[in-house]
Write a protein that binds this ligand. Structure first.
Ligand SMILES: [Zn+2]
Ligand SMILES: [Zn+2]
Length: 361
């Protein structure tokens, strides 16, 4: 048996090994859409709000202030085509759109969840499969859970390991309303607006819906050593790609993105959006594409090395439509912008209603 002193030394050694393993196995930079994707989704949502005649002028003025410089939304195509500048930090809405990713790795608790920032960006939905043996990702997607298997109770202990993105998105929405209602500082409004954008957008990244967030359970990865990490290929690769030909991919992305934006699936609906359910259904619809991502991975790795062109150009028939992986990325990001456009306007309206009620008292 170990003596008390060597026991505590062994404990300390064990703890440092665990920390080291955690650092090696979980690079914080791969936690979300990459920075430029988050900034882009937010700018598009803001542009939609500034272009719409129905957006109250006071909200438009606030959004312009949050942007800092409206040139940013005048030429979004140029922004998409250029390679991401990771060192350029911009204050206001741009900054708060990706700020949550910068806080991953810090271990102070996120108020309200008794958990750390790292757990705020995703939900491993497979962990809620009612059958214990099926709480893993199966490459055919067959372990997907139904919405009713995800209890709307953040105290359910399973969320501690599976992640809180649905609840965090809702919390940001409520905080945005509170900030708009009692506005002590526009900066606080920008923070909750950017954060809301961040977590809603993360919900649209298919790999944020599964415990197999790198695609290790895909057939092409099972026997491979070291395994290929697909997460970043879906997320930040397109905007960081410096190869010749990458700009053509980005141009194609931009065209897909605009087409998806024009199909505005939320345009006609007047129904109130529930931010929790928006995040949840984004995760569950994203999960449906994971088997396709496995098959795209197989094609991309066919020659051994990962082939980005093969990956992004991989296509499958979805209904009557030939869907490429590049179009899928564009469509998921466009939907995030559209939903965010609606949520921001709705938060503004709900804040005004609350203000009105306060005055009557
Ligand atoms: Zn994130
Ligand atoms: Zn991610």
């Amino acid at each position: 048996m170990l003596q008390p002193k060597s026991k505590s030394r062994a404990k300390a050694l064990m703890a440092s090994i665990l920390v080291l393993l955690w650092l090696v196995s979980w690079p914080p930079v791969t936690q979300a859409w990459a920075r430029k994707e988050h900034v882009f989704i937010t700018r598009v949502a803001v542009k939609l709000l500034l272009d719409q005649a129905s957006t109250p002028p006071a909200l438009q003025a606030l959004l312009r202030e949050g942007l800092g410089n409206t040139d940013k939304i005048a030429d979004l195509e140029k922004f998409v085509l250029e390679v991401e500048e990771t060192l350029r930090l911009d204050a206001g809405l741009d900054l708060y759109s990706f700020r949550p990713d910068e806080l991953v790795g810090l271990h102070s608790l996120v108020p309200g969840f008794d958990s750390t920032e790292e757990k705020m960006h995703y939900l491993d939905t497979d962990e809620f499969n009612p059958q214990r043996s099926r709480q893993v990702f199966a490459a055919d997607g067959s372990n997907k859970v139904l919405a009713r298997s995800l209890p709307r109770n953040p105290r359910d202990p399973r969320y501690k390991s599976a992640g809180f993105v649905t609840f965090r998105a809702e919390q940001c929405y409520k905080s945005l309303i509170a900030s708009l209602k009692t506005n002590y500082s526009n900066e606080q409004v920008f923070l909750w607006l950017g954060y809301l954008s961040h977590y809603i957008s993360d919900s649209y990244q298919p790999y944020h819906s599964t415990i197999d967030y790198q695609g290790f359970n895909c057939a092409c990865n099972v026997a491979r050593e070291p395994k290929h990490r697909f997460h970043g290929d879906m997320e930040g690769l397109l905007f960081r790609d410096t190869r010749a030909g990458a700009e053509a991919l980005r141009l194609q992305f931009w065209q897909y993105f605009q087409a998806a934006l024009n199909r505005d699936i939320y345009g006609a609906s007047k129904k109130r959006l529930d931010p929790y359910l928006v995040s949840q259904s984004a995760l569950l619809s994203g999960y449906d594409y994971l088997p396709m991502l496995c098959r795209a991975g197989e094609v991309a790795l066919a020659q051994g090395e990962f082939d980005a062109d093969a990956w992004f150009n991989y296509s499958e028939m979805v209904g009557k439509h030939k869907l490429t992986l590049l179009e899928l990325k564009a469509a998921r990001m466009a939907e995030a912008s559209l939903v965010l456009n609606r949520l921001i306007l709705q938060a503004w309206q709900e804040a005004q209603q609350k203000k009105g009620k306060g005055k009557q008292r």
